[in-house]
Structures are given as structure tokens and as C-alpha cells.
Design a protein around this ligand. Sequence first.
Ligand SMILES: O=C(O)CCC(=O)C(=O)O
Length: 277
Amino acid sequence: MEQTCLQYALTEEERKAFDETGYLIMENVLSPEHVAALTAEVDRIFGEHVKAGHDPSKAMFHPNFIPDHELFLDLVDYEKVLPKVWGILGWNIYLYHAHMIVTPPSGQQPSDKTFGWHQDSGRMNVEMETEPRPRMSLKVAYFLSDLAEPGRGNFWIVPNSHLNNTMQRPEGGFGQLEGAIPVCVKPGTVVFFDRRLWHAASPNWSELTCKVLFYGYGYRWIRTKDDMTVQSLWSKSDPIRRQLLGAGTNCNGYYTPTDEDVPLREWLKEYAAAEVK
Ligand SMILES: O=C(O)CCC(=O)C(=O)O
């Protein structure tokens, strides 16, 4: 990893905003060329799913996409993004989950049916007994399509909701959570969100196809949430990327890491001592 990434370190202002609201929006993180190259691979994968029988008018949820192309692998330790992830979570982290979502035009009329509001990580929200729940992980969403207007299959969030274990749900299956907003962003925008932030996917009532890549980072002692068949990529990765792809010396090293388990800590000690706790 190059030291140039330190110019993208989490600022105190960003930390405060993330802690208070549960999310952070950064525009123009990906250049138009980068967006175009990623989009070409997303379109290829969508096409393969359609050939294999996926209904092209339905949303595609495609997890474990890091091995599908070098461009996806390169975002795992992307210099404009990773420093913000370690700034929030610290150095004992890895990519526990990644999924690609393509939401084509539904052809349906807009409705106010309640979306699938949730905090991430399923049973973690039932079996962890604290109020508020612990953060544990965050997701980075790379928006590839133009979501500047609502109704395009936008990602929806309830700002400041991450410390609420429960939310009042509208009765009768219609209406959204109080305070909910669509995230309206241009291609190339990245959104960081706390896994506890109440969020939802929404239907696409527009003519544009919605394309988003989600990268989930969490502590190394959290299990993967999809197959994450990234082990074959370890040998061609540098030590920090290997850590982020789940490598470790032995099981105990996920809980009590040695220097060999967490090269990110060693790198930070050398180049950004203030970041090591
Ligand atoms: O596709 C979306 O906009 C929502 C994704 C989501 O709910 C998730 O990553 O947990």
C-alpha cells in the first residue's frame, strides 16, 4: 500500500459525522472512466445471469464477486476508501462480505409499500444483548449508475438511526420509517454506512438500471457472510490485501493477532502511528 493513501485518512469532521449520523457520503471517488470499466464488468455478469435463466426485469443480488474481476479486487484496498474504513474500525479488519446489486426498471407504478428495512447481520441483532448494539462492521457502497433522483432503485436510509435497536414500523405494510430518505447520488459516489443504520433497498420505478457494489468490512473474528472464495487470490496479493481477504496464520490469530496476522497494524505503526490503538 502506498503512503499516498494517507491523504484520504478519516478527518475528525468525518469521524464526528459518521458517529453522529451513521453514514458518510463522498462524491467523485471513482472517475467516470473507473465507473465505466466497473459497469462493463457488472453488465457482463448480469448478462451471464440472464443467460443462466435470471429474469432480466428482476433485481440481481450477486454476492462473492471479488474473484470475478481484477477491478473488483482492486477496490478491496482502494486508497481513497480503505483509510476511512480503518479510521472507523481500526486495523483488525477484513472484508467479510461483498455483494453486487443490479436493479433493472421494474415497469411498475410507484407505490408506498414498506421497504425491507433492516440493520445488517441478521441474528447478530437478536443475540447481542446490548442497547445500543455494537457497531462490528460497516459497508462501503460504490454507486455506478445515476441515482441523483429518487425512484431509481435508490438505497434508502434513516439518518441517525444506528443507535436504535428497534424502529416503529408503519402499520398495514404501507409507508416508510419516520425520517427515511432516499440516497440520491451521482455515479462515482461512495457511501460508508454503519451496519446498524436502518436501511433498505427500494423498487426501481425509472427507466434507468440501478447498479451498486457493496463491500462489507468487519473485525477479523467475524465470520464471512457469503462464500468469499478469495483464497486463490492470496498468493498474488500484497500482505495488507491478503489480510483484507481473510488470511491469517492460525485461528487464534483472528482473536489475538500477531504481527504476521495484521500487516495493516505494522504498516500503520510505521506510517501513521496516531492510527494505532
Ligand atoms: O440495494 C440496496 O440499496 C440495499 C442493500 C442492503 O440492504 C444491504 O447491503 O444490506
